[in-house]
Design a protein around this ligand. Structure first.
Ligand code: FAS
Ligand code: PHB
Length: 389
């Protein structure tokens, strides 16, 4: 088949881009290796920046998010007994939206048929070809039959482990990486949240995060050594650890219940630059990874898609080749600022095994400064709600 843009990956980046291109009248197809149910079953992000909310509004796909999502005016940093409230609404005039990545993906999926966005699920052996030129193509197998998609551009929205980034010739791109010496154990459970806003806690036993999906569904995290196995973490053991790390006030409001999902995810900061090579544009986790501390991963995928749509729209609409050339620099400018914020908040809120008394003293001093400075709180708030695109 022939199309204008072949999108690889039907996660949030691929589906958002597909819908936005269709809305611009640009032909595209999305190739996804897994089933739709598998994609929906991955429990990931929970906090949306305005850029992500705005793209769903632009597509007219924001109804359920507005009905079921939870607009939040602030969040909290806990350090032992101290709770530092970051009043993002008062400091920035904006909010974040608590609405799971699963739900965003579901809303985008449910709109595919009515909007004519073609998604091929269970597309196997996806391979990119001739990305250096103007006539790239993608091959894949579906139900055992070899397929080919000829296109003008390929959008690599296939996540950290997909083939797109790996298709860039060796020596072209530069990698920047920081692997963290711990992972996050996440637990999803159908109990009411312990607090009406998120709590990020730095405790001597480690990091904890109290988040949510709704008034009746909570999402909790604790950091664990990379050697830990999820089967060694019963629900009760996780609840006990959360109660200690979140502090007595939050602990008093914790409702315990069975986990409906529990897993350990490694943490890394990673950037691959440039985010475009020839006719291949990389969007989302295929180009960068952030530690989830700053709630940036999904939202960076959204801003990449915003810039990619702008560039592809200019190319197909007015043959603006320069717009394609500008995509990587525009996307990376925002990526690096989110990488910095995510790394910085991870440094502030976690106990690193290699840290000594000085590093701990620096954390305490920074938290003291944040607690006492509107300027410091404003800086955190404007990064948390998302810098402008
Ligand atoms: P995704 O990885 O979501 O989607 C890529 C898609 O490409 C997948 O559906 C995959 O199946 C498909 N694909 C891969 N290889 C392919 C191939 N060869 N052929 C065809 N398709 C292929 N972010 C937050 O903000 N907060 C969080 O708490 C958070 N938690 C996370 C936990 C985990 C375990 C992970 C891995 C990530 C987490 N993230 C979190 C980040 C996450 O939300 C990503 O930023 C977000 O999924 C990015 O979306 P995409 O770029 O679409 O990549
Ligand atoms: C979540 O609810 O999954 C979540 C929220 C905020 C984060 C990370 C994860 O920083």
């Amino acid at each position: 088949m022939k199309t204008q843009v072949c999108i690889i990956g039907a996660g949030p980046a691929g589906l958002l881009l597909g819908h936005l291109l269709r809305a611009e009248g640009i032909d595209c197809i999305v190739l996804e290796q897994r089933t739709g149910d598998y994609v929906l079953g991955r429990i990931r992000a929970g906090v949306l920046e305005q850029v992500t909310v705005g793209l769903m509004e632009r597509l007219g796909l924001d109804a359920r998010m507005k009905a079921e999502g939870l607009p939040h005016d602030g969040f909290n940093l806990a350090d032992g007994e101290r709770l530092i409230h970051i009043d993002i609404a008062a400091l920035t005039g904006k909010q974040v939206m608590v609405y799971g990545q699963t739900e965003i993906t579901r809303d985008l999926m449910d709109a595919c048929d009515e909007r004519g966005l073609q998604v091929v699920y269970e597309a196997e052996n996806v391979a990119l070809h001739d990305i250096d030129g103007d006539t790239p193509y993608v091959t894949y197998t579906k139900d055992g039959a070899e397929q080919r998609v000829d296109c003008r551009f390929i959008a690599g929205c296939d996540g950290f482990h997909g083939p797109s980034r790996k298709s860039v010739p060796a020596g072209v791109g530069k990698e920047f990486e920081r692997v963290y010496p711990f992972g996050w154990l996440g637990m999803l459970t159908d109990v009411p949240p312990c607090n009406h806003e998120l709590i990020y806690a730095n405790h001597e036993r480690g990091f904890a995060l109290a988040s949510m999906r709704s008034e009746t569904r909570s999402r909790y995290y604790i950091d664990v050594p990379l050697t830990e196995k999820i089967e060694d973490w019963s629900d009760e053991r996780v609840w006990d650890e959360l109660a200690i790390r979140l502090g007595p006030d939050a602990a008093a409001n914790i409702t315990r219940g069975p986990s409906i999902e529990k897993s350990i995810a490694p943490l890394r900061s990673y950037v691959f630059a440039p985010m475009r090579h020839g006719s291949l544009l990389l969007c989302g986790d295929s180009a960068h990874i952030v530690p989830p501390t700053g709630a940036k991963g999904l939202n960076l995928a959204a801003s990449d898609v915003y810039y990619a749509t702008e560039a592809l729209g200019a190319f197909f609409g007015r043959n603006d080749v320069a717009a394609i050339g500008a995509y990587s620099d525009k996307a990376l400018a925002r990526v690096w600022k989110s990488e910095r914020f995510s790394w910085s908040l991870t440094r502030l809120m976690h106990r690193f095994p290699e840290d000594g008394p000085f590093e701990r003293a620096m954390q305490v001093a920074e938290l003291d400064y944040i607690a006492s400075s509107r300027a410091a709180q404003t800086s955190i708030a404007e990064n948390y709600v998302g810098l402008p695109v």
